[in-house]
Design a protein around this ligand. Sequence first.
Ligand SMILES: Cc1cc2nc3c(=O)[nH]c(=O)nc-3n(C[C@H](O)[C@H](O)[C@H](O)COP(=O)(O)OP(=O)(O)OC[C@H]3O[C@@H](n4cnc5c(N)ncnc54)[C@H](O)[C@@H]3O)c2cc1C
Length: 346
Amino acid sequence: MDVDYIIVGLGLAGLAFAEQLENNNKSYVVFEDNSQNASLVAGGVYNPVILKRFTPVWDALDQLEIAIPFYKALEKKLNTKFDHNLDIQRVFTSVEEQNNWFSACDKPFFSDYMIPQIIQNTNQNVNADFGYGKIINTGKIDAEVMLTAYKKHLDNKNLLRNERFDYADLKFEDYLVNYKNITTKHIVFCEGFGVKKNPYFKNVPLQEAKGELLTIHAPELKIDFLLKSSVFIMPLGNHYYKIGATFNWTDKTLLPTEEGKNELLAKLRKIITTDFEIVDQKAGIRPTVKDRRPILGKHNIHKQLAILNGLGTRGVMLAPKMARNLFNHLENDQPIDKEIAITRFE
Ligand SMILES: Cc1cc2nc3c(=O)[nH]c(=O)nc-3n(C[C@H](O)[C@H](O)[C@H](O)COP(=O)(O)OP(=O)(O)OC[C@H]3O[C@@H](n4cnc5c(N)ncnc54)[C@H](O)[C@@H]3O)c2cc1C
């Protein structure tokens, strides 16, 4: 079997790259072994404002310009709804924060997103004495729904191998590479934190940033926006809410922990006063890079191998643009910006 590409990993990165290939009539197969699940558990929020300091997310407007039409087109193609508009309301903790909000609103970057007023809290089940700052034109991708639909799409075309990609089975020829019975020009590794097991790219400086989330049922809470405080409270419908997320820089396991749950509960109880029931807990590892930028490019010796990784905490916004950049690099020799190129670590 001959294909133009093999993709290893079907999270947000692998999906975005597969779409590049489909849209450019390239042949490919995808390997996916369910060893990582950052994309499956992610909150899926896209938002160009850093909610801690009211500063711009790096490259956000460019990324959104590509990401929004990308997801819209994919919804149409898969005939599945997964992109949902969702306003964000950031709880203020002081008058100083309210003042910082108004200063940020004056900057042209934020004009389409930040509302220059204080929204008063009218919900007696929420502690928000200083009110909220509201961000609009934001949303969330239900990545689990999207990925499930995409897997089905690939399965129907017989392009998905539900198995571990075994690095030991690679055999290099001049400009090609063989993997078992497949000969290809390029292998693009989109393994998220799984890249640590890849002998060709294991030295990229990825830090594990494990995140845990709870799903709760809270019939009295009645919030229809994404509330951001020390944790976020994301409405899922039918009185269910996702609560997240923790950051743990040392735990490399995928399992939810008691410690993660207790941290989220302690923070949540400071924000809401109503009763709730925990119905689920999930965990995943964000593939985060030391300098907080993605990692794209070819292996320094085996030019048939490439990496698309380091999407960190913002895979939803980053993946479509990064996949496009890498595709243009591999197919048209377009240079990759130094800031995101793997060569910055060589
Ligand atoms: C708790 C939490 C909340 C988050 N919230 C948000 C959010 O609100 N917004 C946002 O934009 N981002 C969010 N993120 C970050 C986002 O999830 C990541 O940026 C993104 O999922 C990374 O995608 P990826 O495809 O690079 O990696 P992954 O999702 O980890 O995908 C890698 C895939 O490769 C597969 N794989 C690995 N090795 C092999 C192998 N040898 N053979 C076959 N398959 C292999 C894995 O099984 C996996 O499916 C969150 C992450 C977490 C953990």
